[in-house]
Design a protein around this ligand. Structure first.
Ligand code: GAR
Length: 199
């Protein structure tokens, strides 16, 4: 799992793995932020956790960093790369190294509100329904085939904080369900669409 923030989605998925509802284990957590909560949450659970410097760019990994990330994930022998609040765009060479095996969670109903602070975008736009999306990662930003979505109603008195909180709660339910289906081999990509079928 890769993350830059507090790691609540990591906690939800690692908890589901420990409880046996996700038939997988988190082999490694990597962050581009040394003090990220996700690293502390992983270490509390004795899950290997590494800070890998992102290099000289602000929104992506530089070439050396990318090589280090790929090497670390390969050394941990991962089957799936799960992005959980990883705030850098992954470039083609990274995507090719784990082709069709990188998933992300985004705090809106894509294709609405890609990019940063999606809950703020939703509130500013005045939509009545938003939510979260789990999708495969492709070369675009938040544009890959959609695996699962969960809706969240926007309330009249919502602030960015209250809306973000409810979207987070929806993420913690949706992401483990999607990873469980991926681990069971029930999810396949068909062009732009993703099909769920019991293995
Ligand atoms: C989540 O809300 C996730 O959807 C968002 O970062 C948060 C991470 O929270 N990701 C993005 O905005 C990616 N574009 P967490 O660190 O508590 O899991």
């Amino acid at each position: 799992m890769l993350g830059s923030g507090k790691g609540s989605n990591f906690v939800a998925i690692a908890g589901a793995c420990a409880a046996g509802t996700v038939a997988a284990e988190v082999a490694l957590v990597v962050s581009d932020v040394a003090e990220a909560g996700i690293l502390a949450r992983a270490r509390e659970r004795s899950i290997p956790a590494r800070f890998l410097p992102p290099g000289k760019f602000r929104t992506k990994l530089d070439e050396e960093a990318e090589r280090n990330y790929i090497a670390a994930l390969r050394a941990a022998d991962v089957d799936l790369v799960v992005l959980a609040g990883f705030m850098r765009v992954l470039k083609d060479s990274f995507l090719q190294a784990f082709a069709g095996r990188i998933v992300n969670i985004h705090p809106s109903l894509l294709p609405s509100f890609p990019g940063l602070a999606a809950w703020e975008q939703a509130l500013a736009h005045g939509v009545r329904v938003t939510g979260c999306t789990v999708h495969f990662v492709d070369v675009g930003v938040d544009s890959g085939p959609i695996i699962g979505q969960q809706t969240v109603l926007v309330l009249d008195d919502d602030t960015t904080e209250t809306l973000h909180q409810r979207i987070h709660a929806a993420e913690h339910a949706l992401y483990p369900r999607c990873v469980a289906a991926l681990a069971r081999g029930e999810v396949t990509i068909r062009g732009r669409r993703v099909v769920w079928r019991a293995a």
